[in-house]
Design a protein around this ligand. Structure first.
Ligand code: DX5
Ligand code: ZN
Length: 220
């Protein structure tokens, strides 16, 4: 299972977003995590298709789009057209989760399903076979810079055991409050895609990403 850092641009400096993405790419970040918030499913509003489209083609990084959006099936085609490679929806936000996943696949994207801190891993059981990535929120979705919720580690372990028991090779992504100081426990719990906003975009971007990449080397 490849370990990947996915910098969340929610914490980026939008005055120089392109320059910052070049720095994270050159330092080894293979994904860009794109936190879309609609002000309904979560209290904040962030950004949407036009910003994503402006990034597409500018970078070879995988565009890992996290929809914190009510009834996201409405926007699957639009995010495919804007260039999303992975489209992650919240189990709590979908009228029909399986239909939403089918729609994501029919638009040529990988499907991700996310659960909030208070949603049990069992909510993912109906879609384990047909989903490429699962996103365990380690903070309440809506804002960057929050503290990591330690109970998330048990959920990551539970999900990884469930996937292993069924022989399913899916990625587990974790998002929220992850820093160089706590990433090892997240990796040890079984996660392999790490979202980091503040830990990457606050301070020296190159050093921050390099720090994560150095820790990944401990697992090779
Ligand atoms: C919450 C957002 C944040 C963001 C990462 O809705 O999804 O978790 O990506 O924020 P940091 O890394 O700053 O906690
Ligand atoms: Zn996110």
């Amino acid at each position: 299972m490849k370990r990947i850092i996915a910098p969340s641009i929610l914490s980026a400096d939008f005055k120089v977003l392109g320059e910052q993405l070049k720095i994270t790419e050159q330092a080894g970040a293979e994904y860009i995590h794109f936190d879309v918030m609609d002000g309904m499913f979560v209290p904040s509003i962030s950004f949407g298709m036009p910003v994503l489209a402006s990034i597409k083609g500018f970078t070879t990084q995988v565009l890992d789009v996290h929809l914190m959006v009510t009834e996201p099936i409405r926007y699957v085609e639009a995010f495919a057209e804007a260039g999303a490679d992975i489209l992650t929806v919240h189990a709590e936000a979908c009228e029909d989760l399986e239909k939403t996943i089918e729609k994501i696949h029919s638009c040529g994207m990988k499907a991700g399903v996310s659960i909030k801190p208070n949603t049990p891993v069992s909510a993912l059981e109906p879609v384990l076979e047909n989903t490429e990535m699962f996103l365990i929120m380690s903070v309440e979705p809506g804002f960057g810079g929050q503290a990591f919720i330690p109970a998330s580690l048990e959920k990551i372990k539970e999900l990884r055991m469930l996937l292993d028991k069924k022989g399913i090779q899916a990625d587990i992504e974790v998002d929220g409050g992850i820093y160089l100081t706590n990433i090892r426990e997240v990796l040890n719990a079984g996660a392999n895609v790490i979202v980091a906003g503040s830990a990457v975009f606050k301070g020296n971007l190159k050093e921050n990403v390099t720090g994560f990449m150095e820790i990944f080397k401990e697992y090779e």
